[in-house]
Ligand binder design. Structure first.
Ligand code: SF4
Ligand code: SF4
Length: 84
């Protein structure tokens, strides 16, 4: 899916600073449910989703907990959980 990375424009990571502290809900990823469709990567507005060696990695320094990745995931592989 490297080609996909050249077809979409991405925000600069951290353009709004470290947005992780905005978060009240945290996305929790379940590899067993993931079908590697790249929807979370495409739609994350903070550019903090990467897919490395077929595993979704979320950069929690910049994830603001908006829940878009969870909403667009067709496999329910990302659950939003309240922060402690
Ligand atoms: S909740 Fe998901 S879509 Fe929103 S910033 Fe975090 S990783 Fe990106
Ligand atoms: S949207 Fe869901 S199924 Fe698709 S890559 Fe992301 S976590 Fe995996």
């Amino acid at each position: 899916m490297e080609w996909l990375k050249t077809l979409i424009s991405r925000p600069s990571k951290g353009v709004s600073g470290k947005t992780g502290y905005w978060r009240t809900f945290k996305p929790i990823y379940d590899r067993d449910k993931c079908v590697l469709c790249y929807e979370c990567y495409v739609y994350c507005p903070e550019n903090c989703v990467e897919i490395v060696e077929k595993v979704v990695k979320i950069d929690y320094d910049f994830c603001k907990g908006c829940g878009i990745c969870s909403e667009v995931c067709p496999a329910n592989a990302i659950e939003m959980v309240k922060e402690d």
